[in-house]
Design a protein around this ligand. Structure first.
Ligand code: AMP
Length: 463
């Protein structure tokens, strides 16, 4: 099957050709004709399957006729995170290169003014995160009655992030005669309920089992200490011992994302952090610097786990085992993309064992053990950090380095039961534990002082 048999317009076919795609992916092959026919679509597909083009290409074809009116967008795409929204906008720029359509992006963390102006000019395509969209609506800057195509992308992620009430509100604000395209990697009961309420006899297209992990990723496990400081040392050992081009290191909590990233920087590694509490500009900047290779190690929360399309990530390291097993699949899906091979390494401490068992059950696979030389740790402490892989050679080690990982001599507090009791469907996935107590029972006061300092010459945004 070739793209030219799917019913797409010539302008779209030319853009696809320029993008270098020769054959449609399975979801594109199945979804595009249905969308062009005007049917609702329920796409059960993970990122990496080409699902973005499966809705953008036919949307562009359909939007070629007609014009947008001020404050009345013609189509709406809802994304759970700002990064995904930006990525979809970039897709529209690529695939819509031969069109004269206006795309407006409504995401939080950036000023309203530019967004008002774009809405005023009239948008053919509106790409938004649910909260910011409702903000604009509440301010009377937006009418949703002109929307003929609604896309709800990454619905299960929306659920995890607590956006379902917002999605329901938005769906009710859009005329029922619309066409709805709904994508989710998994179909938990709440999502099934939503599809029953808002889709009309949809074409159901399923392209990958939610428990499948890419064959291009070598998945390994490494036993880890419970102690946070020792675990950071282990992370450095792993980074040093791997042939690492670049890596995403995932932590479960924003606070740990900050600490791990600062600790890596203090040890001379080229690292930056990414989590949902950062200003949008700095999130995007960090992501861009990782994409262009100027940042080698991205320490991130699950905000970076889904959908981000960075073709050549050599390693994913799970500093924490994800609380929800499905997140493991999304995390490791950041590597081994587009035919490249990748490695994922999951650090498992005693307290992670239960969550890790759920991961192995979900993927129906026992992970191989990483063979990490036992002596690395002691050698590392005598090494100059500037020689480490993934470093900027110019970076000088800071004298506080040895303090960084000296085990805290103060008595540790009793570990909190924290993550295992988290409500799996609330927003807390990315939230910090109760103030001053981390999952290992360390109080905030136990964080070595240097970790809380801004690194000279480093942008404040990475803290
Ligand atoms: P997605 O699942 O939408 O995140 O897409 C994953 C990646 O596949 C993106 O880098 C797309 O540019 C790429 N892609 C989408 N469609 C095709 C295609 N038909 N052939 C090759 N690559 C594609």
């Amino acid at each position: 099957m070739s793209f030219s048999n799917l019913g797409l317009s010539q302008k779209v076919l030319d853009a696809v050709n320029t993008a270098g795609y020769t054959d449609p992916t399975p979801i594109q092959e199945q979804a595009i004709p249905e969308v062009l026919e005007g049917r609702d679509v329920l796409g059960i597909a993970q990122t990496g399957t080409g699902k973005t083009a499966s809705f953008t290409l036919p949307m562009l074809t359909k939007l070629e006729t007609g014009r947008a009116r001020a404050r009345m967008p013609r189509s709406l795409i809802l994304e759970p995170t700002r990064e995904l929204a930006v990525q979809v906008e970039q897709n529209f720029c690529v695939y819509g290169a031969n069109h004269n359509l206006t795309v407006a992006l409504l995401i939080g963390g950036v000023s309203f003014d530019d967004q008002f102006r774009k809405l005023d000019r009239g948008a053919d395509v509106l790409i938004a995160t649910p909260g910011r969209l409702l903000d604009h609506f509440g301010r009377g800057k937006l009418l949703l009655t002109g929307i003929s195509i609604l896309v709800i992308d990454e619905a299960d992620r929306m659920l995890d992030m607590g956006f379902i009430p917002d999605i329901e509100k938005i769906c009710k604000l859009i005329p029922p005669r619309r066409q709805t395209l709904f994508f989710s990697a998994t179909m938990p009961p709440e999502i099934q309920r939503l599809t029953k309420a808002f889709l009309k006899s949809p074409a159901r297209i399923e392209v990958a089992s939610p428990s499948s992990t890419a064959a291009t990723v070598t998945q390994l496990v490494q036993e880890a200490p419970n102690d946070f400081t020792a675990k950071r040392q282990l992370l450095r050992d792993i980074i040093k011992s791997e042939d690492l081009k670049n890596a995403i290191v995932f932590c479960n909590r924003k606070r740990n994302v900050d600490i791990v990233s600062k600790s890596l920087v203090q040890h001379g590694f080229n690292a930056r952090c990414l989590h949902g509490d950062m200003a949008q500009r700095s999130r995007q900047e960090t992501l861009d610097s990782f994409r262009d290779g100027s940042t080698k190690i991205l320490v991130a929360s699950d905000v970076a786990a889904r959908g981000l399309d960075i073709p050549e990530v050599s390693h994913v390291i799970n500093f924490d085992v994800p609380i929800h097993a499905e997140d493991y699949i999304h995390r490791i899906g950041r590597t081994g993309r587009a035919g490249h091979s990748g490695r994922s390494i999951t650090l498992v401490s005693k307290s992670d064992q239960k969550a890790f068992n759920s991961v192995e059950k979900l993927i129906s696979k026992k992970l191989g053990k990483l063979s990490l030389a036992k002596s690395v740790s002691s050698e590392v402490d005598r090494e100059e950090p500037a020689k480490e892989p993934g470093t900027r050679s110019a970076r000088k080690p800071r004298p506080v380095r040895s303090v960084a990982d000296k085990p805290d001599p103060r008595p540790k507090k009793k570990p909190s039961s924290g993550p295992s009791k988290a409500n799996p469907r609330d927003k807390n996935i990315e939230k910090d534990p109760p103030r001053n107590i981390d999952k290992n029972g360390f109080s905030g006061d136990n964080v070595p002082a240097f970790l809380l300092q801004t690194v000279p010459g480093k942008r404040k945004s990475s803290s």
